[in-house]
Design a protein around this ligand. Structure first.
Ligand code: C2E
Ligand code: MG
Ligand code: MG
Ligand code: MG
Length: 288
């Protein structure tokens, strides 16, 4: 029982820990089969213009429909895929699938795809991107790749060279989860990003906390100086929306507008012009 366990303390053969490791191992094996079994699916979350809340594109977000566990969060399985190297194969699938889907959208809509550091380990990502664009006929300018500071932490000149080649092709590069790393400001010097995505943790309490609001305003000002656009992540309330608009943030993303949805349920497919804006208004009205 719990008391006995407490007396024994944590041993190397802690049954709980062993169970956890076994569970992870099972998940790892399941993930190996997931792609072939068609269990992976992309959901899409709108990115809207801050000025009028019109949808300008969608971020592709991976979902794993596990046969017995139900939907497993990417926060759980992406790290596993990264550690085992499976992310390269999965990431290639994501890129192709997202572009295949985007090819069916109105051409003014962009598609954003998250890249893991392992996908940038060599320049095969260039071949993958060029191939996927050619296959789907989507122009490079409609593709945005989201990378995180983890990638830049390695301080690898080859990675920067690959980013430059992608950008020369016309692909947009966004710095995701900005502000959560160790020396975020320094990374802004390593590459001329098209966009900075301000992490949800800063957006969360801008309405209540002066410091968060000050940080967000500073990041937006900095981005303007550097000729970069800004997307605020995790916008959930009308308060946050108003404040971010006032502060000059260029794009917004969050549950206030829509959560990520299956490809078949995207607003523009329901053939209602202006639906995303209406959706936002409804969400605002729904708040107390
Ligand atoms: P991310 O790229 O920062 O994506 C944004 C996450 O915030 C998504 O979680 C999204 O559903 C969530 N989100 C958006 N708006 C709101 C909001 O208003 N409130 C709250 N509470 N959350 C919001 P999701 O889909 O669970 O993805 C988590 C992370 O997994 C992503 O963070 C990304 O780092 C990673 N990921 C997802 N798909 C892929 C992929 O295809 N490849 C790679 N390498 N990573 C992926
Ligand atoms: Mg992202
Ligand atoms: Mg993010
Ligand atoms: Mg984030």
């Amino acid at each position: 029982d719990a008391k006995a366990k407490g007396r024994r303390g944590v041993s190397l053969f802690d049954p709980d820990m062993q169970e956890e490791m076994q569970d992870r191992r099972t998940l790892e094996l399941d993930l190996r089969a997931a792609l072939g079994r068609g269990e992976l699916e992309l959901f899409y979350q709108p990115l809207v213009s801050a000025i009028d809340s019109v949808t300008v594109g969608y971020e592709a977000l991976l979902r794993w429909n596990h046969p017995t566990r139900g939907q497993v969060s990417p926060a759980v399985f992406i790290p596993i895929a990264e550690e085992t190297g499976q992310i390269v194969q999965i990431g290639t699938w994501v890129l192709r699938e997202a572009l295949r889907e985007a090819a069916t959208w109105p051409e003014e809509l962009s598609v954003s795809v998250n890249l893991s550091p392992a996908q940038m380990a060599d320049d095969s990502i260039l071949t993958t991107v060029v191939g996927a664009l050619a296959q789907t006929g989507v122009p490079a300018s409609r593709l945005e790749l989201e990378i995180t500071e983890t990638l830049l932490m390695q301080d690898n000149p080859e990675t920067i060279a690959v980013l430059h080649k992608l950008r020369d092709m016309g692909v947009k590069i966004a710095l995701d989860d900005f502000g959560t790393g160790y020396s975020s400001l320094n990374y802004l010097r390593s590459f001329p990003f098209d966009k900075i995505k301000i992490d949800r943790c800063f957006v969360e309490d801008i309405a209540e906390k002066k410091d968060s609001d000050a940080i967000v305003r500073a990041v937006i000002g900095l981005a303007e100086e550097l000729d970069m656009r800004t997307t605020a992540e995790g916008v959930e309330t009308a308060h946050q929306l108003a404040q971010l608009r006032q502060n000059g943030c260029t794009h917004l993303q969050g549950f206030l507008f829509s959560k990520a949805r299956p490809a078949s349920e995207l607003a523009h497919k329901l053939a209602v012009p202006g639906a995303p804006a209406k959706e936002a208004e409804l969400a605002v009205e729904a708040k107390p």
